[in-house]
Design a protein around this ligand. Structure first.
Ligand code: PEP
Ligand code: MG
Length: 846
């Protein structure tokens, strides 16, 4: 027998035996817990990881000694027991020990039918899983006769040149060897790696006395759970099947019966009320003592109940929240534990429509899931068509090569967005997340023909405008037709969990919001303020766009001033509404950021229309557009650079902000606005704008006889701003790190073009993850730490935050908290994720 000082090769699972998850696996440990609860578990022996490893290497353990636990004529099953419940493992093998002698005894005791069924099942499983014969050699037989058994034995012998093993020890050795080797196989390795298992994850095996489920009196098998796996609500579900084994009851829906009384057919509750009550009692016991919702696998053997296994109920994300909160409310687990049982990202599934995980998926294409949730709609290929369909009350999916600020309203009108270009922080991705619209980006393999209003997939299939598809932004897939959907679940459990998260969390969570609608959503999700209002999004309504274009085309300062005078009341109104909705919570307004040419038409027709609107020759307009074209607009005349060179825009915005503050003060709400300068890289930029904005403030104060305060801060988006944070921080009340641009500039990687090769980069392990999605803690993270430390040293009262897309992901929230940041700011639908992640960051550091 293989024994050494540190572990026993195998151990009978008793109340006091040493069984550990990291030596025997989760199933073995769970069975011990059931034994400790005095549940009727058949005798079980657990093989340790080391034993199974040695078996895989050809050193068989003492199978005779294992079989000694099961009496003179052993009949056992073997099941895998990995450390992680989801890491897979070889399929269970039942009825080991069946042979001619045992068959004869069984015929006497339980009848010919039962004996034949059990023997044949074992021969089949052994032949396929252990001897690796083709399953097709053994046709399925419903009520096998003795002759069917004989035929199976004959085929086995013919194919393997050996008689079917009679000796239970030889059978068990074969089963253990094949299971141990299967675990070491390439496909098993890949599968468990994909599920998060470490490279060297071990496998335990449990050998258990067979509870037969066939024979005289009531015999059969089934599974029972006490909650609905989709909703998480209390409901007994499962099936029972007389004269069956294993999970047959789930496989054969016709022969199986319901558990509880049901108008659709027979039930276990009617068939065996005593056993049913016993099972319900065991379920309650398991929930209370194992502190989890369990699915119980049971066998009725001639009227006696056996519990052969129990596993954590498989569940959707929404059910997981419901279950965690339910267990904490019943004081079975603590609130902290409930919080930790819900992965922050999984909340995305609760906030949006989802494709029902049970539904059949006909996947047309896979790309990057950039904004979660799912939507069904007709394909359209322009924003104008999206708006037109929306006006008719029709749902549509907007498909574009890439989106630009011009498309924001079309995206708003659409139920889902698909782009061929782009990555996690491309325009489409950022805007879609902000709007809460499901979005898939980077589908570089589709060919879009705008004129023909159609897209072609790599396999040649053509999809024309009007074709109904389902876009799944969580999975990054587009599915054919209308998939079955689940509605959002923002119910009591969701709210309760987030309330608990807020009590624990010590990092602030604000929202990136530009519109009243965003701000209202953010309030429902309990954001603590607006951390980033991108004001450029306010200029895309038709009436404003025209004035904006007039301002851009103005030759003389007076003309520009005139256009800005028209924009002033509109901006004032924008800010007033945001301040009203936020009711005194902090609002951080970023002054105009993008290059001006983004507001100019991109195609010939647009240029002609603009020339008409401005009353200028087309050639003039075109020449002007050409003169504004930059080779590298993201690194060109934008952000604070525009503020320095075209000062009137920022002055107008500052005036609008201050006047909105006065309007709120008059209505009884005090607002201290935060004004933020984008794309800063030098101290002097801040100095110049600080003095200009103060001049505007002084003018408004004097004109209106009003008293108000404001805070001035910068976005740290360039590596230089992070490095020179000490110089910049002296002039600021706050610094908000724009990790989208900072990632772009640190890597020298265009956020709009990275989608083209990001998948390859991640697949080949060049980048561990897409850095626009998961904060690159080593490189960009170092700049954040440097910026935070230097900024704080120069100005200890400075408020530090992250407002790039990373602000809404759990790992960056933990990072930001460790680096001493005060808050994160993210798109509205990520606020709940951030609130929960903030609590996790505290709990996992305790
Ligand atoms: C950023 O760069 O991180 C940011 C928040 O600004 P934007 O995404 O608008 O460029
Ligand atoms: Mg930016």
């Amino acid at each position: 027998m293989l024994k050494n000082l540190t572990f026993k090769a195998f151990t009978e699972i008793t109340k006091t035996a040493t069984i550990t998850v990291d030596q025997h696996g989760g199933r073995a440990k769970c069975l011990q817990r059931l034994v400790r609860l005095d549940m009727p578990v058949p005798t079980t022996v657990a093989l340790s990881f080391d034993t199974v490893r040695q078996i895989a290497q050809g050193k068989m353990t003492d199978v005779d000694a294992i079989l000694d636990f099961f009496g003179e004529t052993p009949l056992v099953s073997v099941r895998p027991s990995a450390e992680g419940a989801d890491w897979g493992g070889p399929g269970a093998i039942l009825n080991i020990g069946m042979n001619e002698r045992r068959h004869a005894v069984m015929v006497q005791r339980r009848g010919e039918d039962a004996a034949n069924a059990i023997y044949l099942r074992f021969i089949h499983t052994y032949a396929v899983q252990v001897a690796h014969l083709d399953a097709d050699l053994f046709p399925a037989v419903r009520n096998p006769l003795r002759s069917d058994v004989a035929e199976a034995l004959r085929i086995y012998e013919l194919e393997t040149d050996e008689p079917f093993p009679e000796d239970p020890a030889e059978q068990l050795a074969g089963v253990l060897r094949s299971m141990a080797r299967a675990w070491e196989g390439t496909s098993a390795r890949l599968l468990r790696k994909a599920r998060g298992a470490p490279e060297n994850a071990g496998l335990g095996l449990v050998v258990q006395r067979m509870a037969l489920g066939v024979g005289a009196d009531e015999s059969g098998s089934g599974v029972m759970q006490f909650i609905n796996s989709t909703t998480g609500r209390a409901q007994i579900t499962g099936r029972y099947m007389s004269q069956s084994q294993g999970r047959d009851a789930l496989a054969d829906k016709h022969a199986a019966i319901f558990l509880t009384r049901d108008p659709r057919g027979h039930s276990l509750e009617e068939l065996a009320p005593g056993i049913f009550d016993q099972l319900v009692g065991l379920g309650e016991l398991a929930r209370a003592k194992l502190r989890e919702e369990m699915q119980i696998e049971f066998v009725i053997q001639e009227g006696e109940l056996c519990v052969i296994d129990a596993v954590r109920v498989a569940r959707t994300a929404r059910a997981n929240v419901e279950i965690a909160v339910g267990l904490a409310v019943d004081r079975i687990i603590t609130r902290e534990e409930a919080l930790l049982r819900v992965p922050p990202r999984s909340l995305n599934e609760l906030m949006h429509w989802q494709v029902n995980p049970e539904a059949v998926r006909d996947v047309l294409l896979s790309a990057i899931g950039a904004s979660p949730g799912a939507a069904v709609g007709k394909l359209v290929f322009s924003s104008t068509r999206a708006q037109a369909l929306a006006a008719q009350g029709e749902a549509c999916i907007l498909v574009k090569r890439e989106t630009s600020p011009d498309d924001v309203r079309g995206m708003h009108a659409a139920h889902g967005v698909l782009t061929a270009k782009g990555g996690m922080s491309s325009h489409a991705a950022v805007i879609a997340r902000g709007l809460g619209v499901p979005c898939v980006v980077g589908a570089g393999h589709i060919i879009i023909d705008r004129r023909a209003r159609a897209m072609r997939l790599p396999d040649g299939r053509l999809f024309e405008e009007g074709t109904v598809v389902t876009l799944d932004g969580s999975a990054g897939e587009v599915l054919a037709g209308e998939a079955e959907m689940l509605e959002p679940a923002l119910g009591e459990a969701f709210q309760t969990l987030l309330g608990w998260a807020d009590e624990i969390r010590d990092i602030g969570v604000r929202v990136n919001a530009d519109t009243p609608q965003d701000a209202r959503i953010a309030r429902t999700f309990k954001a603590e303020g607006i951390g980033l209002c991108r004001t450029e999004h306010m200029f895309f309504d038709d009436d404003r766009l025209t004035v904006m274009r007039e301002m851009i085309f103005a030759d003389a300062p007076e003309d520009r001033a005139d256009a800005l005078r028209q924009l002033l009341p509109m901006q004032r109104e924008d800010f007033t509404r945001l301040f009203e909705i936020m009711e005194g919570l902090p609002v951080c307004i970023r002054l105009f950021d993008p290059p001006l040419h983004e507001f100019l038409p991109a195609d010939r027709q647009g240029v002609v229309d603009l020339a008409n609107a401005l009353g200028r020759p087309v050639s003039d307009v075109q020449a002007r557009i050409d003169s504004m074209t930059e080779f590298n607009p993201m690194l060109g005349l934008r952000g604070v650079r525009l503020g320095i060179t075209v000062p009137e825009i920022y002055e107008m915005q500052a005036q609008a902000i201050f006047e909105a503050v006065i309007a709120l003060a008059e209505a009884g709400t005090e607002v201290v606005p935060e004004i933020m300068l984008p794309l800063v890289s030098a101290q002097r930029e801040v100095e110049i704008l600080q003095s200009r904005i103060e001049q505007v403030a002084a003018k408004v104060r004097a004109e209106r006889g009003a008293i108000f305060n404001y805070k001035l801060g910068v976005m740290v988006e360039t590596p230089r701003a992070a490095l020179k944070a000490h110089a910049i921080a002296e002039l600021c009340s706050f610094m908000s790190f724009g990790t989208n641009d900072l990632t772009q500039m640190t890597y020298g990687l265009s956020r709009d073009d990275a989608g083209r090769f990001m998948q390859t980069y991640v697949q080949q392990g060049v980048f561990k993850e897409d850095p626009f999605h998961y904060l690159d803690k080593e490189g960009v993270g170092e700049l954040l730490q440097i910026g935070a430390q230097r900024g704080r040293k120069a100005n200890p009262r400075i408020v530090l935050s992250i407002c790039g897309e990373h602000g809404g992901t759990a790992d960056s929230i933990a990072f930001a908290r460790d680096a001493g940041f005060n808050y994160v700011s993210c798109s509205p639908f990520r606020v709940p994720v951030a609130r929960l992640a903030g609590a996790h960051a505290v709990l996992t550091r305790r």
